[in-house]
Write a protein that binds this ligand. Sequence first.
Ligand code: PEP
Length: 249
Amino acid sequence: MPRKYVAGNWKMNLLKEEAEQLVRTLSENYTANPDVECIVCPPFPWLTQTKALLGETGIQLGAQNCAATEKGAFTGEVSAQMLASAGVRYVILGHSERRALFGEQGAVLLEKTKRVLEAGLTPIFCIGETLEERNAGKLEQVISHQLQEVLGHLSLPEVLNIVLAYEPVWAIGTGVTASPEQAEEVHTFIHGWLTKTFGSEASNVSILYGGSVTAENASGLFARNHIDGGLIGGASLKPADFLKIVNAW
Ligand code: PEP
């Protein structure tokens, strides 16, 4: 059975004290649930303070990006090993904002995924189509391509250490959510791609949905086949909403 996850992507939001306040509120109100892994992904400068504040709550720490290279003269980059030594367990890779705004595509995403796996961390690897691609009937082609160019170069044991996130670009930060039916259709396609490519063991790979998930719509999405949780942007900045999503099953 795939594990269930709810991960909050804070993106480039919150100053030091605001980040501290958010984690304090989450930590005070969170009740650990062995069935659902709860993750917060703050900006790099707040990782260590967040780690300290999370303490023994059971909420896990994620990062929003990492370097494609291991170490050395790469000014401004942060390596997967550094993240691991800061207590990070998960790294978001392939987010549509990094794809669209920073030109990250297949080859670099494959390298980043390998660095994250080598550091013993779990990539949360994001894929998703634009509205133009969907309207042009290219949904399955785009999704298979994004899977193939990274997962297609990895082994089954590596793939079993990855969490996938289906995030239709048109639903991210727009307030327009994919309907539970639309999301289930794509998750079922991704699940089929995984088992066709890697065999039935790949059924254990978790596939999260992301794109305007709220405290109100989360349970309808999470009730669907092959939807193993959510990657949450805007709503992860509101602790009460985020915790409702964590408890939405
Ligand atoms: C995201 O950034 O991954 C995301 C899903 O954002 P939002 O929930 O705000 O649409």
